[in-house]
Ligand binder design. Structure first.
Ligand code: GTP
Ligand code: MG
Length: 170
């Protein structure tokens, strides 16, 4: 078949964790060392072939700066999927990711699939959040979890593909 499924996807997470970089990697296959901090939010789209379907992601890349926090519900409400990003070299961003999970559990749509991305996995020597800790947290909260690197591209397509695979079942 040639079905196309539109899926609204939002990226949430602390400033500088690499949300825009993950989107740039996924949508354009690029990485820049000096990615500018997002203002408000930015929109992108990308289509993936999953099983027998095309999943067209309509991606909202939100700004991590606290002053934009009040805008977030506009982007996560009604989203098919949310990717919550932390920087595995910065424990404070993992704590912030947990706050986003709580906010989505309280205010989000019950059907939103939530994925947790431990980004900057290329910076192994600087690790502050263990795989075990994040994995356990993800399991307890029913989240997909992957460590990613927008820089090296590790697991970037994979995390979107896993989400797409899940969405294509419905
Ligand atoms: P806000 O828009 O301010 O919320 O930040 P953001 O989450 O969009 O982060 P952004 O993509 O702007 O990345 C912040 C910085 O981290 C940039 O200098 C990126 O080059 C760098 N960065 C992003 N992803 C990675 C990664 O996987 N590895 C490394 N080494 N650096 C990364
Ligand atoms: Mg950004």
């Amino acid at each position: 078949s040639n079905k196309i499924k539109n899926a609204k996807l939002v990226l949430l997470g602390d400033v500088g964790t690499g949300k825009s970089s993950l989107v740039l990697r996924f949508v354009k296959g690029q990485f820049v060392e000096f990615q500018e901090s997002t203002i408000g939010a930015a929109f992108f789209s990308q289509t993936l072939s999953v099983n027998d379907e095309s999943v067209k992601f309509e991606i909202w890349d939100t700004a991590g700066q606290e002053r934009y926090h009040s805008l977030a519900p506009m982007y996560y409400r009604g989203a098919a999927a949310a990717v919550i990003v932390y920087d595995m070299t910065n424990a404070a961003t993992f704590a912030r990711a947990k706050k986003w999970v709580q906010e989505l559990q309280a205010q989000g749509s019950p059907n939103t699939i939530v994925a947790l991305a431990g980004n900057k996995a290329d910076l192994l020597e600087a690790r502050q959040v263990s795989v075990q800790e994040a994995q356990t947290y993800a399991q307890e909260n029913g989240l997909f979890f992957m460590e990613t690197s927008a820089k090296t591209a590790i697991n970037v397509n994979d995390i979107f593909y896993e989400i797409g695979k899940f969405l294509s079942k419905f």
